[in-house]
Design a protein around this ligand. Sequence first.
Ligand code: AMP
Length: 404
Amino acid sequence: MKILIVNAGSSSLKYQLIDMDNEETLAKGLVERIGMGVPGHANMKVDDKTVCDVEEPIEDHVKACHLMLGFLTDPEKGVVKDMKEIGAVGHRVLHGGNKFSESVIINQAVMDAIEEFIPLGPLHNPANLMGIKACQAVMPGTPMVAVFDTAFHQTMPPKAYMYGVPYEYYERLHVRRYGFHGTSHRYVSKRTAEFLGKDPKDLRIIVCHLGNGSSLSAVNGGKCVDTSMGITPLEGMIMGTRSGVMDPAVVQYICDNDHISVDEMLNICNKKSGLLGISGLSNDMRDIDKAAREGHERAKLARDMLIYGIRKYIGQYSAAMNGVDVIVFTAGIGENNIELRRDVMAGFEYMGAKIDQEKNAAIKPGHAYEADISAADSKVKILVIPTNEEIAIARDTLELVTKG
Ligand code: AMP
């Protein structure tokens, strides 16, 4: 079966068509600047080569889906003859609140729930819904599945997911930690067990998903027991543009002093902080590394803060699980940044974790592969496992639609 994976944002839509007979990506692409009143842009790549590329007004997500399907079924450049060859669509959805601990076939009740959780995912859930509705409009009758970023973390115990505010806020407003990047944490922790030839039940794993957004999770016996992101993706270590965790009084203090609203301040915390805000240069770790090597003090500070933050979570999660068997690096920074992996792992010999510098350095940026980078005498395995959220979404979709 061929499965289409859709990740809809408010003004963009990323897609990928996967042939599940061999899990091969047939095509992928992006539609951007949807509904922005300026010319939009849409493309499709096959074997990493751009075969379709247009600039034209794209007024809404329905038009974006028409463009996507037009590319996929193009008589010359397309990869399927007919839309009917696409057996199902898997949608990435940000927030499933406390209702979804796994992926589900989309029906009206599921769409209502995604809508219900808009207050918890105000940027993403409305866009995810628009993507679902647009696909339903252009592909009527095709089964669709929702795969939630929060689902994997639903196994956390209350002591890990509750915040210390009065309990009524949890009961009345669902205030709690949800966690994100769940599809990646699930895929990578499962692959970790397969890679080591072990039963997930026998492993305590710390997954370090380090990208423009970063989160760590503690996975004990195959189940998530804690994660660093919170009610929104803002909590955790510093990220590309996010501040990560801090005393909430900082928000009030800056709002009062600079006469800005909480909304404006949260926008600063989400979009102007982290590596970008500290360095004043960039949210991209490659730029930060380069500037730090050239002696830029604030780039060095930003890098140090990120590494220190990751190390603190590793310590916390080791404590949460009474030890750790595997520490695994994934996502853009985790897979590609040799020096960051080296510096994150420095000095963890006291808990039995020692990196092999040569194996670590052998994984060249842009060419990540599954690898054990722990030293021969390291009790804790240290791995690099490239994440693949699209495959995880496609597998869930296939399973649910073939199960009936
Ligand atoms: P992600 O959000 O997972 O796409 O990760 C984005 C981050 O990964 C950025 O900070 C990049 O600097 C880093 N990254 C992505 N690809 C590479 C690469 N080939 N070499 C070094 N860093 C990379």
